[in-house]
Design a protein around this ligand. Structure first.
Ligand code: SF4
Length: 371
């Protein structure tokens, strides 16, 4: 398959590992963060971590939007879902994410009208088909998914669909990366930059990482060779004592981003002053909200949302894992009280969650056979 087979080619992969071994100075320990949860899963799925030199350490970052959502936002959403007049819609990866009173799926089991949608447009269609009900779309994701929410809101306005509302939980990646870099308990040598979000925002927003922190970054695709080539780029910069933004994923990511998507984001959303991230506290300018022009479709303005703050269970160490301070298996609850069947944190159930990746693939790397 084009763009897949050549990025899983065993000979090329073996060569990339060899290059990494050559570039990595045995006298140094490298800590390189893969920002995106999709990368974390690929790293485990293909067993890449186990074949790297021991002094090249991969740190999992916060790039899983479901994982960074604080419990209070889930509780707020599920309170809406408890109203029999409401049809609550969300993406499938939200369904098992626990709030303090259970997950959307558990709410559904208790009788709430909770429905999985594949796109916010599906939620809008449900609203058009049910004019006597209030349909709420629980919007979540980085800049990757926010344009589809924005386009849906434009359509809701054009079609005058009054019984549709968006509970906006879209977050933005750059302030989270800055918060990690400013964290006193974190030392990083470089980044594997998030590929999905960069298809929208491009590469230029990462320049502050180079300018203000002197860290190299390579925006990366998700196949094994993509990730290894990105590591080569970062290690080469470190060897040469330089720092720049490189785009390994140029077959998908335009340097300036997707201008049409950025335009629609700017038309519908504005940046919030601050937003709570799970385990990371409030981060300034790190999330989106609907502009005033879209107030009548904004669940936070038109529906009873309390804006509750709920502390994580005491023993859960989701915040430390999200910041890369702890590895998932170092959380006291990993694989014991917290499992995919009985999750305590979203990281254990999200398809992009670091704990889910550790749990699913530990000791079972797949697919890459070095020939
Ligand atoms: S094991 Fe569970 S509680 Fe611990 S960090 Fe992962 S998701 Fe959070």
């Amino acid at each position: 398959m084009k763009y897949v087979d050549e990025f899983r080619d065993p000979t090329m992969i073996a060569r990339a590992f060899e290059e990494i071994r050559t570039l990595a100075d045995p006298a140094r320990h490298y800590r390189i963060m893969e920002v995106c949860g999709g990368h974390t899963h690929a790293i485990f799925r293909f067993g890449l971590k186990d074949l790297l030199p021991p002094n090249v350490e991969l740190i999992h970052g916060p790039g899983c939007p479901v994982c960074v959502l604080p419990m209070g936002r889930i509780d707020d959403g599920l309170e809406l879902a408890g109203d029999p007049h409401v049809i609550f819609t969300a993406f499938g990866d939200m369904m098992r994410v626990p709030g303090s009173q259970g997950s959307p799926l558990e709410s559904k089991a208790r009788g709430a009208d909770v429905r999985i949608v594949y796109s916010p447009l599906d939620a809008l269609k449900i609203a058009e088909a049910n004019p006597d009900r209030q349909v709420v779309f629980f919007a979540i994701g980085f800049e990757t998914t926010a344009p589809s929410t924005a386009l849906t809101l434009l359509k809701a306005r054009a079609n005058r669909v009054r019984n549709f509302a968006v509970f906006c939980n879209h977050v933005t990646i750059i302030p989270a990366i800055r918060a990690i870099l400013d964290s006193p308990d974190m030392r990083l040598d470089g980044f594997i930059g998030p590929g999905h979000v960069s298809t929208v925002i491009g590469c230029r927003p990462y320049e502050f990482i180079v300018r203000d922190y002197g860290c190299p970054i390579a925006v990366s695709g998700f196949e094994p060779l993509d990730i290894l080539q990105s590591l080569v780029m970062v290690l080469r910069q470190l060897r040469d004592g330089i720092a720049k933004v490189e785009n390994q994923y140029a077959r998908v990511v335009p340097w300036e981003g997707n201008l049409a998507a950025l335009r629609v984001l700017a038309e519908v959303f504005e940046v919030r002053a601050h937003f709570e991230w799970r385990g990371m506290g409030f981060i300034s300018h790190s999330a989106l909200r609907l502009r005033g022009e879209f107030a009548e479709w904004d669940a936070e303005r038109t529906l009873p949302i309390r804006g509750v703050c709920v502390a994580d269970p005491k023993a859960a160490q989701c915040g430390e894992v999200l910041k890369g301070v702890l590895k998932p298996h170092q959380c006291k609850l990993f694989g014991k009280e917290c499992t995919p069947e009985q999750p305590i944190g979203a990281l254990m159930v999200s398809p992009e969650g670091a704990c889910a990746a550790h749990f699913k693939y530990r000791g079972a790397p797949q697919l890459v056979t070095l020939g």
